[in-house]
Design a protein around this ligand. Sequence first.
Ligand code: ADP
Length: 384
Amino acid sequence: MSQPVTPAPVAPAEDAVRAALATVDDPEIRKPITDLGMVESVTVGADGAVRVGVLLTVAGCPMKAELSRGVTEAVSRVPGVTAVDVHLGVMSDAQRSELRTTLRGDAPANEIPFAQPGSRTRVYAVASGKGGVGKSSVTVNLAAALAQKGLSVGVVDADIYGFSVPRMLGVTGKPTQVDQMIMPPIAHDVKVISIGMFTPGNTAVVWRGPMLHRALQQFLADVFWGDLDVLLMDLPPGTGDIAISVAQLVPSAELLVVTTPQLAAREVAERAGSIALQTHQQIVGVVENMSWLELPDGSRMELFGSGGGQAVADSLAASTGTRVPLLGQIPIDQTVREGGDAGTPVVLSDPDSPASTALRGVADALAARQRSLVGKSLGLTPAR
Ligand code: ADP
């Protein structure tokens, strides 16, 4: 009698391994590693052991452990694979340059993708009249809430006096550079670039107008943002040069004004918003922050007065002749500050708090807006 035979294990086909590799995205670039020229070699042994050579964009790539793990997991799932050995190498200059062309096409260096006629990215410049009204807190929470809705989101922290955005989003990594492209760190699914990442040891830098303009130009043109749905720019408080720079660099950027109910804040916020008049930018709306404190008995204590946000919206509507809605009122809530200090925005750490609900309401309003065609060429040709 013959013995039952266990079939000899069949070694996986190289194609199956490559197909599995195509499901692995580079953690920074967020595109399949197979499309980025990062898979250098695939060797499949008769025993089912697979060796994958992966090329990192730069030697010190902060994401290499994550990348190795992703490759190992994907290849292990292929039937017949018995072992996975990931071998990491580094791209040559020529390969990096090729990668840059893959990502950016023939777009000239210094070209700002968001300023191009076909751009589908909505750019919101978040402005306030004075510091401390919660502009950065609102920015990071809107970014996190929009990313959670599945949108692709980036934040530029251009607040030279504060640069608090990285801390509030819990970003510790530094950007990496690939052939003149800057790869932004990602936190809570939000791509982040801060002026603070380019100043040694968080030192205060005296940023004068022209320097700031150049830095902003670089953030917008040289950072690899990918296809963003929304870019939020946290501007320094006040009516300074940078708002003008934003208007010049990305004429389609719209202003989101953050204020508190306080009369003094209201007046300066109106002044910040009135820049839009000179630069012909649209104002998407006003967010009133620190609107009230909810007491244990459910009543509201209006620490900074009331009505400021609506007054700013009305006044900006009157001066611009456009509709300027009050998009939301965010209560004072300890969890907002705690979330910021801990690096997890309150919309993620405490999603049911009243502040989170209000912030998500603003994010929903921004997400629902259609790309404006104002000032855009429709590419029409005259009928004959
Ligand atoms: P800005 O960017 O306008 O200077 P920040 O976002 O840095 O303001 O906020 C200033 C301080 O106020 C921070 O400590 C922040 O955590 C806190 N804060 C902002 N909004 C709220 C809020 N709604 N409730 C409680 N604390 C807040």
